[in-house]
Design a protein around this ligand. Structure first.
Ligand code: ADP
Length: 398
């Protein structure tokens, strides 16, 4: 396929690949999981049998295996025109996607102290594709870049300014590609341009974040220095009192362990004691499991509080947008959340909400709602492909 765009998204133990043609139609996608473990495996969408990976296979092994299957199926007879990589942390260096050269690699490495679990595996992905396709331009697309428009009042923590100046301690924000996609899709649906569109975008997946977007620019967001701050997530706590660290230290729990508790054992999992999966929680709650009901309640109430907080950054609101696995699929979460926001003038149409907006072009607000409420499927791979194509062929992508 001539002029295709290969998209690579390396997580800590997973790797996603997607292949697009130069009109940005998806041609194939694949996934490798449990990398580094004995039972690592890879699959390609539409293929029944999984692709064999050796025990302990790493990102490079999985990428080689997936690319080989794409080559065998003729989809990579011609090398791709560009390769787009998701890179989690671009610090203050990157306000937009960057063509990967030596200096860009150095800067990504420098940002690794801000995202020690993510940037190194993103680098591993870049190195693996460089070995496979040494002559193809590669583009880094940063989760943080879209939020580089945050004003100082929104990105500074109220701690000694030297922490920011010396070590870069500030709010960066994440899920930027998804929030950016939301404003472009919302604008399209509302017949506006992104530059004149203001939305509150709630990305609710395993990780959750909410962003206020004013006239196309991110002006406030819930995730901070790391992707731990803000909303309740699958296994992450979101906001807690920072005094918790000292309190637990006095109980003999070291900071490292508190960090692990807050990242891996909190959120929906911690509250329910059962699962980090919202769909399973809804089923458990339906069967009368009280802790699961409580977990859903805390999740929705925190989200509603943040929606209220995001209003402080906007002059007007074109739409509140729900996306991510939970935002797109849980009518219960949307209904409970908006139930807390009646004072703002939000209402929801129960029938449209229960169909996830599929019978109304994504709209789920009630006829008397002061604001539009939309459900929009996210597509981070498409944004990465679009950015990669735009970097190598400026002017080709609108
Ligand atoms: P990731 O952040 O890993 O990409 P996703 O965006 O796929 O995650 O979101 C995963 C979450 O979406 C899980 O909590 C899952 O239970 C939830 N989810 C998916 N479908 C539904 C559904 N029908 N009802 C409620 N939650 C759902």
């Amino acid at each position: 396929m001539e002029g295709s765009i290969l998209v690579i998204n390396c997580g800590s133990s997973s790797l996603k690949v997607a292949l697009f043609d130069d009109h940005l139609n998806k041609l194939a996608s694949g996934l490798a999981e449990r990398l580094g473990k004995d039972d690592a495996f890879a699959t390609l969408e539409g293929r029944k049998e999984s692709i064999e990976l050796a025990a302990g296979a790493k990102h490079r092994d999985a990428l080689n295996a997936l690319v080989k299957v794409l080559q065998d199926s003729g989809l990579l007879d011609v090398e791709p025109a560009a390769i787009g990589h998701r890179v989690v942390h671009g610090g203050e260096t990157f306000r937009q996607a960057a063509l990967i050269k030596e200096d860009v690699l150095d800067a990504i490495k420098e940002c690794a102290s801000l995202a020690p679990l993510h940037n190194p595996v993103n680098m591993a992905g870049i190195e693996a594709t460089t070995a496979l396709f040494p002559d193809i331009p590669q583009v880094a697309v940063f989760d943080t870049a879209f939020h580089q428009t945050l004003p100082e009042k929104a990105f500074l923590y109220a701690v000694p300014l030297s922490l920011y100046k010396d070590w870069g301690v500030r709010r960066y924000g994440f899920h930027g590609t998804s929030h950016q996609f939301m404003v472009s899709e919302a604008a399209r649906m509302l017949g506006k341009t992104p530059a004149t569109t203001s939305i509150i975008s709630a990305h609710l997946g395993n990780g959750c974040s909410i962003t206020a977007i004013r006239d196309g620019n991110s002006v406030d967001t819930s995730m901070g220095l790391t992707p731990l701050e803000g909303l309740v997530m699958g296994t992450r706590s979101g906001d807690v009192d920072p005094g918790l660290f000292d309190f637990l230290a006095n109980k003999g729990v070291p900071a490292r362990e508190v960090h692990r508790l807050l990242n891996n054992e909190s959120g929906l999992l911690g509250l329910s004691g059962q699962t980090n999966d919202m769909r399973s929680l809804c089923e458990l709650a339906d069967h009368g499991h009280e802790p699961s009901r409580t977990a859903i309640d805390v999740f929705c109430f925190r989200l509603a509080r943040y929606i209220g907080a995001m209003m402080a950054s906007l002059a007007h609101l074109d739409a509140l947008v729900f996306t991510g696995g939970i935002g797109e699929n849980s009518s219960l979460v949307r209904q409970k959340t908006l139930g807390h926001l009646v004072l703002f003038g939000f209402t929801i149409d129960k029938e449209l909400n229960s169909h996830h907006g599929s019978i109304s072009d994504g709209q789920i607000e009630g006829a008397d709602s002061r604001f539009r409420v939309l459900v929009i499927p996210t597509n981070e791979e498409l944004v990465i492909a679009r950015e990669a194509l735009a970097s190598v062929r400026p002017g080709m992508v609108g």
